[in-house]
Design a protein around this ligand. Structure first.
Ligand code: ATP
Length: 235
């Protein structure tokens, strides 16, 4: 089943168009990677999907509903949750309160049980739940940003550069959790500079260049494409 269908998405900053008609889809249960060089438009695509950046033209259909003109809260309520680049946790608030903020759009009855589920998934967050989020290390803040997004019970998780700035051992842990989420049925769009890592975990991938999709296929096909190997895998 197609969970997300994006048709000819265009987006701009002022008069400068940076997405020039991007089409892609994501089926329920997939992990789909979006790779590409700095400035290719990956973050803009995620932000346009979640509704924090305006769609200039094109269509976004999510769960069978046309979201193209809907504000970000409606998209979040429908099940699209974004983990932004650079994490953006609320530093002065406690870890627990940051998690609770992730659940503000939804029915509150099951929040206590979901908090427990997230704290089970990230034992370090349980340990530090009463400390200010700003006191956590970068890796722990990435876990918190993920946990906060999960509190919205997303059907589609939009992950922007989850490995950025993290030590390899923490990156490994973040990717272990991404795999675990998939086995629990969460669909994921993963934006990653680290193409090698992204293609290891993803079912399919889109390669973006200068605001367009340059190549797409299952991860194996993308990994063995000579252009991708040269430009993104350093082979
Ligand atoms: P990165 O990996 O560096 O985040 P990206 O693939 O996510 O790169 P975007 O951040 O989406 O790319 O940027 C796409 C284009 O839009 C780039 O040319 C960038 O310079 C431009 N751009 C991004 N943000 C803004 C902004 N706030 N104002 C003007 N131009 C912007």
């Amino acid at each position: 089943m197609k969970l997300l269908q994006v048709q000819e998405m265009r987006a701009a900053y002022g008069r400068i168009e940076v997405l020039h008609g991007v089409s892609l889809h994501i089926d329920a249960g997939e992990i789909v990677a979006l790779i590409g060089a700095n400035g290719a438009g990956k973050t803009t695509l995620l932000r346009t999907l979640s509704g924090v950046h305006p769609l200039a033209s094109g269509g976004i259909v999510f769960g069978g509903e046309d979201m193209s003109a809907q504000p970000s809260q409606v998209r979040l309520r429908a099940g699209m949750a974004q983990v932004p680049e650079g994490r953006q946790v609320f530093g002065p608030l406690s870890v627990r309160d940051n998690l609770l903020m992730g659940a503000y759009v939804r029915d509150q009855a099951e929040v206590p049980q979901d908090i427990e589920r997230v704290l089970d998934m990230f034992p370090i967050l349980r340990e530090k739940q009463h400390l200010p989020a700003g006191s956590l290390s970068g890796g722990q803040q990435q876990m918190l940003a993920l946990g906060r997004a999960l509190m919205a019970r997303p059907r589609l998780l939009l992950l922007d550069e989850p490995s950025m700035g993290l030590a390899p051992v923490i990156v490994h842990e973040v990717f272990r959790i991404i795999r675990q989420l998939r086995t629990q049925g969460t669909t994921i769009l993963l934006v990653e500079q680290n193409a090698h890592l992204a293609l290891t975990v993803a079912d399919r991938a889109y390669v973006m260049e200068s605001g367009r999709i340059a190549f797409t296929g299952d991860s194996r096909a993308v990994r063995s494409d000579p252009m991708v190997q040269k430009a993104y895998l350093g082979l």
